[in-house]
Write a protein that binds this ligand. Structure first.
Ligand code: NAP
Length: 272
């Protein structure tokens, strides 16, 4: 399976699909999901300090026999680790857990009020030291991103936000793309909370694809990165099998009408 990549602001490339690892806390679930991912062609893994599985990812990629430059590792500074010294210590621990001396992408997990500015310094320092090849943020609204123009020395390459057919956020996507920020769509399957939409099901049948594949393909065609999570090996495989078909303009018009402003995770909208 050949997975396309997007180019980041800093010149590095990011595979357009990554395996989501939130809520994969148990190694007996982690390892089959990781192995199915590698076999199916995933090389991008989306972890975080808050997921409590960096250490599983470190062990798993080492055991895979892949070279470090053949995989793309993301982690995120957890909310409870914000602050200058705490975030530095936590990031050092992440590198240890992941058994590497750099991550491909380091994100701030959430726009924590006030502390987000100080903690961004840690991310910038990691970038300058080569310990984070690319850097970014998560759950940032346009307002949080605009504010960065005042305090950031290095602007983010990536913003990872909740995005799916039922939470379309076209203004945020446009803002990011106009500002050279690649958008990663988290919970691209709406956390499996809306798997019975008639329009999505009809389009899936038309293309001989599954419901989940249509959800993911819709994001891919907007030049976004998708991060589906599954601990079911057959679904891990199904979710990457999305590069051999195309949604047409009729499909896209119909899907555009399905936005429900459905947030399955936290909302950063009112974070000052
Ligand atoms: N930055 C952030 O704040 C943030 C927040 C949320 C998520 N994320 C990232 O985004 C990733 C994905 O988000 P998510 O875990 O919330 O949800 P998701 O990927 O939208 O959905 C996962 C759910 O869908 C099921 N599923 C997966 N593939 C399926 C398929 N082909 N058919 C039917 N059901 C399927 C999974 O079940 P099984 O696992 O049982 O197969 C699981 O219940 C996370 O793992 C994480 O890496 C980031």
């Amino acid at each position: 399976m050949s997975v396309p990549s997007l180019e980041l602001n800093d010149g590095h490339k990011i595979p357009q699909i990554g395996l989501g690892l939130w809520q994969v806390k148990d190694q007996t679930e982690f390892n089959p999901s990781f192995t199915a991912g590698i076999e199916a062609g995933y090389r991008h893994f989306d972890s975080a300090q808050a997921y409590d599985n960096e250490q599983f990812l470190g062990e798993a990629w080492k055991a895979s026999g892949l070279k470090r430059d053949e995989i793309f590792l993301t982690t995120k500074i957890a909310v409870q680790n914000f602050g200058e010294n705490k975030s530095k210590r936590a990031f050092a621990e992440s590198l240890e857990n992941l058994q590497t001396d750099y991550v491909d992408l380091l994100l701030l997990h959430f726009p924590v009020t006030i502390l987000r500015k100080k903690t961004w310094r840690t991310v910038e320092e990691a970038y300058k030291a080569g310990q984070a090849r690319s850097i970014g943020v998560s759950n940032y609204t346009i307002r949080h991103l605009e504010e960065m123009k005042d305090y950031a020395e290095v602007l983010p390459d990536v913003n990872q936000v909740e995005l799916h057919v039922f939470l379309q956020q076209p203004e945020l996507i446009k803002y990011c793309q106009d500002n050279g920020i690649v958008v990663e769509a988290y919970s691209p399957l709406a956390h499996a909370k809306a798997m019975n939409n008639a329009v999505v099901a009809k389009i899936a049948a038309k293309h001989g694809k599954t419901y989940a594949q249509v959800m993911l393909r819709w994001l891919i065609q907007q030049d976004l990165v998708v991060l589906p999570k599954s601990v079911t090996p057959s679904r891990v495989k199904e979710n990457i099998d999305i590069f051999d078909f195309e949604l047409d303009s009729t499909d896209l018009t119909e899907l555009a009408t399905q936005d429900q402003d459905l947030r399955t995770c936290w909302s950063p909208v009112h974070v000052p």
